[in-house]
Design a protein around this ligand. Structure first.
Ligand code: AMP
Ligand code: MG
Length: 341
């Protein structure tokens, strides 16, 4: 029988660090989502992350560091503009892709000659890295499932598959870090997150990779290996409906699926919740406070499953600011089911 996963308090970081130093996988809170950490310089430990998550071997990991000096030791070059991004946004939800140093095991970067690095701003994550050294850490969910924003979500997915989870309560941003490729010129936004495109562009030029909108042409190689995988998907069929007629379209779709005997749910901005009656409404927060929405979307995708919703109709929002990261995740939860009404 599998050994149960330890649930540790934030006062037990010495114990968590000892497990990490011994080559075990430990989940911990960051300001974005929960990460599943393993010692970045220990290839066997890092292999444990792929095994626990069922993560495809060609999807590289982000290395989390406690200081800029530590990050600098893992890469061979930091271009001037990348240093400027570090200065402006570290510690925080920004990951930079840089040329990988030879001492970092290939399994971390899935064989790529580049390495994704960041410094998280969560005090628990920082302390753990100080005690255990740099940690390779993807989101602490089973591959393909919504990222965890609470320790309970990690337990649901990974209990018995990892050594421990440090419970630090709910994460802040709720969506994964912004990823910027600093190897190509101009720099490319590979994944939108808490640090917005508008903010990045106050420091240096960053262009949006078409993969962010799901617009990879057939046969084209994604810049970020993670882009090719379906992500963040609950068991329910998710439809993302955007445009001026979104409300009417959602109501029509809801009726159609209810007629077929499906349990339908709608996930909409809180200010629109009262427009939908006779349907389970999952209010996602106000468009006047986008962080409220980013913090809730993964939790709501998981709640939709707990409510045994078969069809989840999601109202799209504007792509401005944090809206870009929110819409990117919703598109990937919906897969092909995106409607412009
Ligand atoms: P996760 O930590 O689960 O959010 O996944 C990490 C994300 O960063 C994935 O989408 C990876 O494809 C991306 N990533 C990690 N390393 C690199 C790299 N060297 N080049 C491009 N993308 C990367
Ligand atoms: Mg992930």
């Amino acid at each position: 029988m599998a050994v149960r996963t330890l649930l540790l308090g934030t006062n037990e970081l010495d114990r968590a660090a000892a497990l990490l130093r011994a080559g075990q996988c430990v989940a911990f809170p960051t300001e974005t989502v929960y990460g599943l950490g393993a010692s970045a310089l220990n290839p066997q430990a890092v292999e444990g992350i792929f095994a626990a998550k069922g993560r495809p071997q060609d999807n590289p990991l982000i290395v989390h560091c406690a200081s800029q000096e530590q990050a600098a030791e893992l890469v061979t070059d930091i271009p001037e503009e990348a240093a400027a991004l570090m200065k402006a946004f570290w510690p925080g939800p920004l990951t930079l892709v840089l040329p990988k140093g030879p001492q970092v095991p290939d399994v971390v970067s899935a064989g790529l000659d580049t390495l994704a690095v960041r410094i998280p701003s969560h005090p628990v994550a920082l302390r753990l890295i100080e005690l255990a050294g740099p940690l390779a850490a993807p989101s602490a969910n089973l591959s393909g499932r919504p990222s965890p924003t609470k320790a309970e979500h990690v337990m649901t997915d990974l209990d018995g598959r990892i050594a421990a989870v440090v419970d630090g309560g709910e994460t802040g941003w709720g969506v994964e870090s912004t990823v910027v490729d600093c190897v190509s010129r101009p720099f490319r936004l590979l994944r939108p997150g808490g640090v917005t495109l508008e903010e990045l562009n106050t420091v240096c030029q960053v262009v949006v990779d078409p993969g962010v909108y799901g617009e990879l042409n057939q046969g084209e190689k994604p810049r970020s290996p993670g882009m090719k995988y379906r992500h963040y998907a609950p068991n329910a069929q998710v439809f993302l409906v955007a445009g001026d007629r979104a409300e009417e379209c959602i109501k029509e779709l809801a009726e159609e699926h209810q007629r077929r005997g499906c349990k339908v749910g709608v996930m909409v901005p809180t200010e629109h919740a009262s427009r939908y009656s006779g349907i389970t409404v999952l209010p996602m927060g106000s468009t006047a406070n986008l962080q409220e929405i980013s913090a809730s979307i993964y939790r709501l995708l998981r709640e939709a499953d707990e409510l045994r919703i078969d069809v989840l109709l999601v109202e799209g929002i504007s792509e401005e600011g944090l809206g870009m990261a929110i819409m990117n995740r919703l598109r990937r939860a919906a897969g092909e089911r995106i409607i412009f009404a």
